[in-house]
Design a protein around this ligand. Structure first.
Ligand SMILES: *Cc1c(COP(=O)(O)O)cnc(C)c1O
Length: 367
């Protein structure tokens, strides 16, 4: 699915030098490498604050902790996504409220969000699934109308750009009150272990989140509230700092591979290609087909026999996950998400796909 070795070999000199510097300096935690990477990312994203943390799930948790919510407050998130968004909501004693997604973009359906708002709703967590921004223009307008916080899950969409109808362009993760990302190795900007970051333009929220990530303390050994311990370590920051200047080029390479897939499959009534939202660039964390009247398992094993790895992201919507069973929801409640879960298939997608590899994959998918 991903080829991290070839990418490393291309960037080896910079990555090795950066890592070596950290090892020689022995400043493994909160070293200058972390500050430097955060500054570079801040200017790349054009955002006031970047707070590096341990991983993307921590980023989401810390973001929600900073909003001062109370047990029972409701947080709306799409049901067709990775588990992390609902997980942190539940862990904090808040109530996850899930909504259906749009069939074409596979991101949160804003009309469904509107219908799900109650007096207890405090925040919305849209997910920029597979590398394309959710319908942020309408979501932000809705959030403003009801006075809700928006925490973007930009774990799959770092570098994607969203264009508002007034012409304003913002990067994924810098549109809502808070944005979260992950530097998990296979993400569009991946480190060599775990890592994540939080973005905000709000000074007070930034200060609060910084303190939460550091055991709830603003002055060393003076703990003002219950926090967590979540840090990006210096070696990971060094890797990321070597890779960040290449992020746009990584995303362009993914888009190019997606264009080749699109061209091969578009017009095929059995292989629906990912829809492109005209307001968002797509950075193709995943290239996800919707299979129509095709036996997915059979196709999967046929591809596996040809040595082509494919994945199902995601086979079970949140409302049907065992850990999240809830008397409020049952099978059939979110028909789009349920249909997607039964028909999506993600093809190999990374920065190193060659024309030959793409041709081979396409040939076998069409066979
Ligand atoms: C990867 C991912 C996360 C979690 O990131 P980790 O760094 O693995 O904790 C959360 N949400 C989405 C949509 C993701 O893809």
């Amino acid at each position: 699915m991903v080829d991290l070795q070839s990418q490393y070999l291309r960037l080896q000199e910079d990555i090795d030098r950066n890592m070596q510097q950290v090892i020689e300096s022995a400043q493994f935690i909160k070293g200058p490498a972390v500050t430097q990477f955060a500054e570079h990312l801040q200017s790349y994203l054009n955002v006031r604050h970047v707070i590096p943390v341990g991983n993307g799930t921590d980023a989401l948790q810390i973001a929600l902790m900073a909003l001062g919510l109370r047990p029972g407050d409701e947080v709306i998130t799409p049901t067709f996504t990775f588990i992390a968004t609902a997980e942190v909501v539940a862990l904090l004693g808040l109530t996850p409220v899930v909504v259906d997604v749009d069939w074409d973009t596979m991101t949160m359906d804003v009309n469904a969000v509107r219908k799900a708002i109650t007096p207890k709703t405090k925040a919305i967590v849209p997910v920029h699934l597979f590398g394309q921004c959710a319908d942020m223009q309408n979501l932000m307008a809705l959030a403003e109308e009801y006075g809700l916080f928006v925490v973007e899950d930009a774990c799959q969409a770092i570098g994607a750009e969203y264009k508002f109808t007034d012409g304003t362009i913002k990067k994924a993760g810098t549109i809502g009150h808070i944005g979260c990302t992950s530097f998990f190795p296979s993400k569009n900007l991946g480190c060599y272990g775990d890592g994540g970051a939080i973005f905000t333009n709000d000074d007070a929220l930034a200060e609060q989140m910084q303190a939460i990530a550091n055991h709830g303390c603003k002055i060393r050994y003076h703990h003002d509230f219950v926090g967590v311990n979540s840090r990006l370590d210096s070696i990971q920051a060094a890797v990321l700092d070597a890779k960040l200047p290449h992020l746009d080029e990584f995303n362009a390479a993914r888009r190019q591979a997606a264009d080749v897939y699109d061209q091969a499959f578009c017009g095929n009534p059995h292989l629906l290609v990912p829809a492109r939202n005209p307001q968002s660039s797509h950075v193709f964390h995943q290239y996800t087909l919707r299979l129509i009247d095709i036996d997915r398992d059979a196709l999967k094993s046929r591809l596996a026999e040809a040595g082509i790895p494919v994945m199902i992201y995601y086979p079970v919507p949140l409302h049907l996950q065992k850990a999240y069973q809830d008397s409020r929801y049952k099978q059939g409640d979110f028909p789009v998400a349920e249909r997607l879960a039964s028909c999506v298939l993600s093809l190999p997608m990374h920065t190193e796909l060659t024309d030959e590899q793409l041709k081979y994959i396409i040939q076998h998918v069409l066979a």
